[in-house]
Design a protein around this ligand. Sequence first.
Ligand code: NAI
Ligand code: CS2
Length: 487
Amino acid sequence: MKTIANTPLNSGILLPEYDRSRLVTRIVHLGFGAFHRAHQGLFTHEMLAKTDSDWGICEVNLFGGESLIQSLCKQDHLYSVAEKGAESTEVKVIGSVTEAMHPAKNGIQAILEKMAEPQVAIVSMTITEKGYCTDPATGKLDKNNPLVQQDLLTPQHPKSALGYIVQALKLRRERGLPPFTVMSCDNVQENGHVAKAAILEFAQSLDAEFRDWIETHVTFPCTMVDRIVPAATPETLSDIATLLGCDDPCAIACEPFRQWVIEDNFVAGRPDWNVAGAEFVADVVPYEEMKLRMLNGSHSFLAYLGYLGGYDHISDTMTDAGYRKAAFDMMMKAQAPSLTMPAGTDLQAYAMLLIERFTNPSLKHRTWQIAMDGSQKIPQRMGGSLKYHLANGTDFSWITTAIAGWMRYVSGIDEAGNEIDVRDPMAEQLRRICDQHGFHVSVVPALLGIEAIFPRELGQNPQVIDAVSRAYQSLLDNGARATVAAL
Ligand code: NAI
Ligand code: CS2
């Protein structure tokens, strides 16, 4: 079979310029999804081209994505990334992957054994917000999560990422091996702290002494990760195949921009990702907050109100002057004032760059995709700034309009009366509440009453209930486009 590994590729394709046979699996990555391929996989690849480092990655998908893993194995673990600017595209073949595994293909034990290999120094993750099995409002382990309950009953046969990490650390400890660093690369506020708290609480339920060993010996650096990487579509794959000169089922397209800020806190060494443009800093939290609130917060605003307004892609919303202005105001008036940034950070320039990135017409980033998992995303994208404005008596109408947009969206019916395919771990509960109220403003306090999403200080706050209710009523009366234009 012709693959990217055994076919001469078209000229202009950038190939790995280092000896891949020197690579050793020192990183096990959980979550070979769209994002990792265009971000950590590519940063590692570029670091390898510039150093004599031997850090290679074993890719693991724990949920879905089995065919991606099969394809990656068939093509010598090579895959391609197309960086699409507004006018030109650059295609790179990435060589940093050494192995790829899936529980359905290799079995749970083989993956645990891989994580317990002595030279493995980092277990990294892009497992989506829900992969942390935490309560979205508090960020603490959700012991009612069925995956957690099952893994605590059978810890030797885990299913969740937390269960795999805890069991692999247990094997390493029993074998007298040093621990690995756990590095989250998800869009979760204080992602390292959330991963640490969830893993410690999970381990505590099994063995308090082992929990203390993890706390003493394992580190959980926080990271701020940024690159817009829409899910691949048949068109993306076919476009990239034309550029390459052969099919690559693992190919992914993304924007040219990329950013990675990493807390320099690794227990067993780390690659020099800085040579590929990453930044190692002592405290990532301000950068994470800036990105989550300004980029992701306005993304969610555009996703709900854009979808309801009939826009399929983020770049389509940017062609509407009302949405474009509202997104910029969401960044600068609703989110930026709530941030405390290191001296010299230019938030206005950051916002202008974000608008430019959102405008890139080559990226087909669906509003529907970003609207997914809102129950997990809204608290960290909007909660902090909402609290800031309540405390300061300042205007938060962009945030409450975004929340109203989410409420209208999770009803499952769009403005033209068509069904919306709402994907969310809490979708059933949300739909039940919406069905009870119909399209009536009484749904607002009912949804704000879900404490897993809205802490009481926000969900029960009369000012918040009032502002979301007004925005929701405007969506019912005037529709999304007019509501956004009136902001
Ligand atoms: P994707 O849908 O392509 O991949 C999701 C990955 O998560 C898959 O590898 C899947 O196996 C894994 N996964 C899903 N549920 C899981 C669970 N319960 N436990 C363990 N693993 C689970 O999504 P994509 O685009 O790769 O995004 C993944 C995450 O990366 C996002 O949720 C976000 O936190 C972060 N991210 C994504 C960016 C993007 O533009 N796509 C940019 C910045 C961060
Ligand atoms: C998006 C992010 O899907 C979403 O929720 O807001 O994946 C966004 O594209 C990235 O965080 C950009 O770095």
